[in-house]
Design a protein around this ligand. Structure first.
Ligand code: ZN
Length: 316
């Protein structure tokens, strides 16, 4: 196998990409408690909330209160999603360490989700990026549907290059490539990310995967092979996409961290602490979560149990 990164940064999306899809109201103090617990696991970046219009995402209407209530552990970046100027102003006022700008790479998803084309979205982000730069708040340029769109299929590499060029033109150096609807396969991921890396060697690309069709861990491996070293995940695999029927949440953070650790790749995350948070989620969101680690434990735990004779498994 090709040399893989020795260390990977895991960005936790659960409190935003996950909670935003939950219908049952999650009390503000519970959100705060979850963010604090996540920060204590050693996750370096946590997307805490989204400064969208409260009518668009009622679950995150307490964005200001959550940002004000969380403890700020040194070394942890508390990030917020920002769709527009108003959102950026609110996020900066709420002392977000970093903002994640968002647009859809395909026009049809962009029109459905944000009522504007990709080009219009890019133009409208110009003053937003300027504001962030003026205020010294770093920004990541998000690229939803970059690896699959429920309306248009798989955008060609040229389309991705066009968006990245525009982002770079605005002065952004960190770009998040997203498989919003969980459509991408490892060959596609390898192709698109290697082309982007070759074309923009100075840009720090991250990968945002949804695990709708169980291809996300394979896609992580494909991305590691082209040197990607930052991945989004959601504890318990929380989340979905309102425009992609049947879409499930982000790749489950604890499952991804487990795979990386088993492969000898460091994340700095205390996996047991993360699993403990995932175990509590069903009671918080009111439904089961997608977590192999909650269900089966770590590979190494099982070895230990069988040695002690506690696990009487008859089958091969
Ligand atoms: Zn997402």
């Amino acid at each position: 196998m090709q040399a893989l990164p020795k260390r990977v940064e895991v960005v936790e999306m659960g409190p935003r990409d996950g909670f935003q899809m939950e219908h049952r109201w999650i009390p503000t103090e519970v959100k705060i408690e979850v963010v604090n617990a996540l920060a204590r696991t050693g996750l370096p970046i946590i997307q805490v909330t989204s400064f969208v219009h409260p009518k668009a995402v009622p679950q995150l209407r307490d964005a200001e209160q959550v940002m004000a209530g969380i403890e700020r552990l040194p070394g942890v970046i508390y990030e917020a999603l920002v769709p527009n100027m108003r959102g950026a102003e609110r996020a900066i006022a709420a002392r977000a360490d970093k903002v994640n700008l968002m647009l859809s790479v395909t026009d049809s998803h962009s029109l459905a989700n944000a009522n504007r084309t990709t080009d219009q979205a890019l133009r409208e982000l110009e003053p937003v990026v300027r504001l962030c730069q003026d205020r010294g708040v770093p920004a990541t340029g998000g690229m939803a549907t970059a690896l699959g769109c429920p309306f248009e299929g798989f955008p060609p590499a040229e389309r991705l290059i066009w968006v990245v060029e525009r982002y770079v033109g605005l002065g952004l150096g960190e770009i998040g490539v997203a498989d919003t609807a969980g459509m991408a396969n490892p060959v596609l991921v390898h192709d698109r990310l290697s082309r982007l890396r070759d074309r923009f060697p100075d840009v720090h690309f991250s990968l945002h995967l949804h695990d709708t069709r169980r291809m996300a861990t394979a896609n992580v491996l494909a991305a590691l092979q082209v040197g990607i070293d930052r991945f989004d995940g959601a504890v318990g695999g929380l989340g979905g996409c309102p425009y992609a029927p049947g879409a499930t949440g982000n790749i489950t953070t604890e499952d991804m961290v487990h795979m990386l650790h088993e492969m000898g790749i460091e994340t700095g995350v205390d996996l047991d602490a993360l699993i403990a948070i995932a175990r509590r989620l069903p009671e918080i969101v009111g439904h089961p979560v997608e977590s192999c680690l909650v269900r089966a434990g770590k590979s190494r735990d099982v070895i230990g149990r069988r040695k002690q004779g506690q696990d009487k498994v008859g089958a091969a």
